[in-house]
Design a protein around this ligand. Structure first.
Ligand SMILES: [Fe+2]
Length: 176
């Protein structure tokens, strides 16, 4: 990775593409509940409310190519960094952090059965739509810009501070 702990890639998704994704998921309700971070059915297309000790949010797996331009742009973003074909971890994740939601300090490759090399998040929300909810990677606060991506080495310590006002929406995905 470079000197900074993360890469910032602006304009990965257009406003129209974000609108399409948001419109699709806006009427989904949480009909699943999980208290364990990595034990939820990523393929079910049910919105899951996660209330694990270190992590509160709603999330749902987006199957690859459900939104073809999204998949293509995620792959291209990773390829900008590692200059080769990447294999994605699985579905993309649509994540909704309500006021009060957060993800405490962690690494993504914390267990031998579960290893991630690079993580990406793409901002779907405009920074004016929420307060708090800072993605901090290796003690650096990362920029917030609608449509932009942040990519980082997932073995670094990172966290999402508590959203103190409004709602924060992102797409996340990992590559190996
Ligand atoms: Fe993470």
């Amino acid at each position: 990775m470079n000197k900074s702990s993360y890469y910032f890639i602006p304009d990965v998704l257009t406003s129209e593409e974000i609108k399409e994704i948001q419109e699709h998921y806006k009427d989904y309700v949480c009909d699943h509940y999980s208290v364990i971070s990595d034990k939820w059915n990523k393929e079910s297309e049910k919105m899951t409310r996660m209330e694990a000790p270190n992590r509160y949010l709603d999330l749902i797996g987006i199957p690859e190519n459900k939104f073809p331009s999204l998949t293509e742009k995620i792959k291209k973003s990773f390829q900008k960094i590692i200059k080769q074909r990447v294999s994605l971890e699985g579905p993309h994740y649509y994540c909704h952090y309500h006021t009060g939601d957060f993800h405490g300090v962690h690494r993504d490759n914390y267990a031998t059965h579960f290893s991630r090399d690079l993580a990406i998040i793409i901002h779907l929300s405009d920074p004016t739509e929420y307060e708090g909810g800072e993605l901090i990677v290796n003690n650096e606060i990362t920029p917030r810009q609608k449509g932009a991506a942040i990519i980082f080495d997932a073995s670094q310590l990172h966290e999402l501070t508590k959203v103190t006002k409004g709602d924060r929406y992102i797409i996340s995905e990992c590559a190996n």
